[in-house]
Structure formats: C-alpha cells, structure tokens
Design a protein around this ligand. Structure first.
Ligand code: ADE
Ligand code: ZN
Length: 345
C-alpha cells in the first residue's frame, strides 16, 4: 500500500505532463454529452457500458475504440471543452505544465477542418494559463499507420499555426511503421523550426528507438519501454540525457507489461536515464498523472528521493526555458528537504 506520506508528497510535488493525447482524455460522460449535442450515434447505452468495453489486449485493440470515440468531436467548442476538462482536472493534481499531443488526421480525415481542431485546443490552453495558472505546449502527431505523403499534407496544413505548435510527434500502431518511414516529413518539420519527439519502443523493438534518434533526430522518446533489451542504447540515453516519457498504467492496460512490478521505470532511473511518469490516455487507462505516480510508487516501492527525481525529470525533459526548469527544480528540492525534516520529528 502507498503510505499516506508518499501520497502527500506526490500531491505536493509540482509536476509536468509530457505524454498526453488529448483525444485520450475523452471521459465517457463527456463523450455522451458531446455525441448527443452533435447527433452522433454511439454504440454504447451508457458511460458504464463504455467503461466495460475498455478491456484491451494490445495497442491496436485500444486504438480501434479510441478512433471510434473521437468521431463525436466535430465543432471547435468540442475540442475546447475536451481540453479544458483535462486541464482543470490536472491543475488540481499540481500539474503545472503540460505538453499535449493532438492527432489532426483523426479529425481532418472525417472532414473536420484543421483550423477548428487547433483553435479549440489552443484557446483552452490560453484560458488555462490565465485562469488555472498552468502552462502548455502543443505537439502535433502524425499517425504512423498512414503514409508519409499524408503526414506531409498535415504538416503543410499546420504551417500557418507554427507559433502554436512546439513540436511534431509520431503515434498510432507502431509495429510495421518504423520511424524511418517519416524521415522526410521530420526533416521538413525540423527545418521549419519544430522540435521533434516520437513514440518508439512501446511495442516496437529497440531498433525503432535508435531510428527515432538517428533519423528523426528526436529530443525525447515517448515510452521507450523496450530500450532495456539493448544495454548500449540505455547507455546512450544516459550519456546524451535523452528523456523517456513513460506511461506505466498505459503499459499495464495495453499489456506491454503484465504486472506493474515488472515495469522497467525503476531500473532505468537506477541506470541514470531521465525517465518521467505520464498518463498517455488517462480516460482509457484508469488514471491521470497522480494515479500513475501512486500506482508506480506502490508497485516499485519508489522512495521520496525517487519521486522527487521523477518530478524534476518532468521539468528537465520539457520544452520550457532553462530558467523555468531551474525554478521548478529548486522548489522540488526545497519540498523534499521539508518533508525529510517533518518525517525526522
Ligand atoms: N495514440 C494514443 N495513445 C497511443 C499510444 N499509447 N501509442 C501509440 N499511439 C497512441
Ligand atoms: Zn502515447
């Protein structure tokens, strides 16, 4: 069991979330509300029915439901409400900064204009900054099961909104869709000033992680669970301080690991990898950042020092300015000292 002092520390630690698909925050209640408003039929009778269907066997079994649910999102207002609901929730978990993935192709392929999608998400981020004090960046993901030509088209659509998007990413079904498939679109994106990240090593082999680094020139790896199979790769991640945005509850639900106790996060921390804890698709996987921290702490018996390191890593791995990173790290060190003083008495 997680002791209450561990939970208190988790709650008090300022945190950044760096691996979060906005479409994966679509809670069944909001899904029903928006689908009804838009006249979109759902094949479920109730929110409970939807939750019962969340029995996944692998990544693809989840993606099938996730893309289906996204069909309820049509208007700019829907994207705004989806994003706002997430930001409001995590601001209560002491998440101070978010870097949100969105999948434009999931919507543009259904005839929803790119502009509506990004306007809704962006304006929720702007409001969250002023009303909730939470900062945010947007990362535009290409769906890797589609062609590179389609990704190129999406990149061109995004260029007028360049100032609203900090990086490009790569998601969806990994196996059979290696990073090298997207070499040209990433090259153009980087030349246009976008930073780069990519999902790699979630289900795919460590070779996919190496390709993401060497060919796509990513700044961090999303998931990276399978890096442990290649010791030279782990050493590289440590030496080059390439962060991994890990998502323990997602890995459990999608059967990347069979038990959270087998999750590689602690081994990677011990090896010196800049590992972070994130929620991926919290509405589907049973928890937001806090729940991921609590479950992982419990399964891996993480110490206060390790919890603080994870929180510091989340800011170090983020795309905020160095002075901001330093400010958060200092606050976390101070908090840890205070909790040690308190527990000594
Ligand atoms: N899209 C949403 N969640 C994802 C995940 N965990 N892996 C790949 N693509 C995704
Ligand atoms: Zn993901």
């Amino acid at each position: 069991m997680t002791t209450s002092s561990k939970k208190t520390l988790i709650d008090k630690l300022p945190k950044a979330e760096l691996h979060l698909h906005i479409e994966g925050t679509f809670e069944p209640e909001l899904m029903f509300e928006i689908a009804k408003r838009n006249g979109v039929p759902l094949r479920f009778m109730s929110a409970e029915d939807v939750r019962k269907a969340y029995q996944f066997t692998d990544l693809q079994s989840f993606l099938d439901i996730y893309y289906e649910a996204a069909k309820a999102l049509i208007h700019e207002r829907d994207f705004y409400e989806l994003t706002w609901a997430y930001l409001e929730k995590v601001s209560k978990q002491n998440v101070r900064h978010v870097e949100i993935f969105f999948d434009p192709q999931t919507h543009t392929d259904r005839g929803i204009p790119f502009e509506k999608v990004i306007n809704g998400i962006h304006h929720a981020l702007v409001d969250a900054k002023s009303k909730l004090g939470i900062s945010g960046h947007l990362i535009m993901c290409f769906l890797r099961h589609l062609s590179e030509a389609e990704a190129m088209k999406t990149l061109h659509e995004a260029l007028p909104y360049k100032d609203w998007i900090i990086a490009v990413g790569l998601d969806s079904g990994e196996i059979g869709n290696p990073p090298e498939k997207f070499a040209a679109v990433y090259e153009l994106a980087r030349s246009e000033g976008f930073l780069a990240v990519a999902h790699a090593g979630e289900e795919g082999s460590p070779e996919y992680i190496t390709q993401a680094l060497d060919i796509l020139k990513v700044r961090r790896i999303d998931h990276g669970v399978r890096c442990l199979e290649d010791p030279a790769l782990v050493k590289r991640l440590v030496d080059e301080r390439i962060p991994l945005t890990m998502c323990p509850l997602s890995n459990l639900k999608l059967k990347v690991v069979t038990d959270l106790k087998d999750h590689p996060l602690k081994k990677l921390l011990d090896a010196g990898v800049v590992a972070t804890i994130n929620s991926d698709d919290p509405a589907y996987f049973g928890g937001y950042v806090r729940e991921n921290f609590v479950a992982t702490q419990e399964a891996l018996n993480l110490t206060d020092d390790e919890l603080a390191t994870l929180a510091k890593n989340s800011f170090e791995a983020s795309f905020i300015p160095d002075e901001e990173k330093a400010k958060y790290k200092k606050a976390i060190d101070y908090l840890l000292e205070q909790s040690q003083v308190l527990s000594a008495h």
